[in-house]
Each structure stands twice: as structure tokens, then as C-alpha cells.
Design a protein around this ligand. Structure first.
Ligand code: FES
Length: 152
């Protein structure tokens, strides 16, 4: 009778310990080994309808981009400079100067992208005309679906 009670207590303790280990271990294992949410939408941002953008004149556009940080997905406002030379001939530049990251603008009189911080200038293709910037403007990867522009 004594051995039966001891076996019962040992079995109950093992079951309780197993339940506690499972309760702690399953969430920890899921956290460690499950891959973060793959949100392919976050890699491409819908920059909007570009059918009304003028041909030949760079225009700055703003759009929302999803930023994936581990498990959270946040939407943040972003901008880009679009140079449209035809319905399928689009070049899109990141909005920051490649020297030290200031926001540049299109100077329509001089027909250059001009950076106010240290005087760098870039042509319509993003090439450096005047330093101190040494490399061309960064470009977005683009995809056009109908009239919508997608930026990678
Ligand atoms: Fe543009 Fe320096 S940040 S020239």
C-alpha cells in the first residue's frame, strides 16, 4: 500500500513538472525557433499612380512604406524623386544626398538636383556634377503595374 502511494505521488510530481516545463518551454521554443513574420508586402512600397506625372521634369513624391522590425510592422512616410521619360521609362532616386544625407531638391533653372548643405549637384541621371559628393544618387528598384509605381 505504501509503495502504491509513493508511485502515485512520484507520477503526479512527474506530470506536474512536465506540465510546468511544457508551459514554459513551448512559448520560449516558439519565440526562439519560429521565423519572424515574412511580410513580402514590406519589400515593395506602392508609390501611387504616376500617370499624371509630367514627362521630363523630376517630381518629388511621398508614399507609405511598411517597415518590418522583428514581429512589428509599422507604416512610415517616405519620399523619392521620380524622373519620368516615358510611360515605362522611370528612374526613381532616394531623397537623400550621397555626401552626408541632406535632403536635396530639383533646381529647375539650373536643371540639376542641388543639395543645400555643402553644394553638391547631380544631373537628371543622378550623376555627380559638383562635389563634395563622390557617388551618384541612390536609385530605387522600380516595378510598374498599370499606372502604379512600386518601389523596392
Ligand atoms: Fe549634400 Fe553634403 S550632404 S553636399
Amino acid at each position: 500500500m505504501q509503495a502504491g502511494r509513493r508511485n502515485f505521488c512520484e507520477t503526479a510530481i512527474y506530470i506536474l513538472v512536465s506540465l510546468v516545463a511544457a508551459a514554459l518551454g513551448l512559448p520560449a521554443g516558439f519565440y526562439l525557433f519560429a521565423s519572424p513574420r515574412k511580410n513580402l508586402q514590406s519589400e515593395w512600397a506602392d508609390a501611387g499612380d504616376i500617370s499624371n506625372l509630367p514627362t521630363g521634369t523630376p517630381r518629388q513624391i511621398t508614399f507609405l512604406r511598411n517597415r518590418v522590425d522583428g514581429w512589428s510592422v509599422r507604416s512610415a512616410k517616405d519620399s523619392a524623386w521620380v524622373v519620368k521619360d516615358g510611360p515605362e521609362n522611370i528612374t526613381v532616386f532616394a531623397p537623400l544626398c550621397t555626401h552626408l544625407g541632406c535632403a536635396y531638391h530639383w533646381d529647375s533653372k539650373a536643371a540639376v538636383f542641388a543639395c543645400p548643405c555643402h553644394g553638391s549637384a547631380f544631373d537628371r541621371d543622378g550623376k555627380v556634377i559638383t562635389g563634395p559628393a563622390t557617388r551618384p544618387l541612390d536609385r530605387y528598384i522600380t516595378r510598374i503595374e498599370g499606372a502604379r509605381l512600386w518601389l523596392g
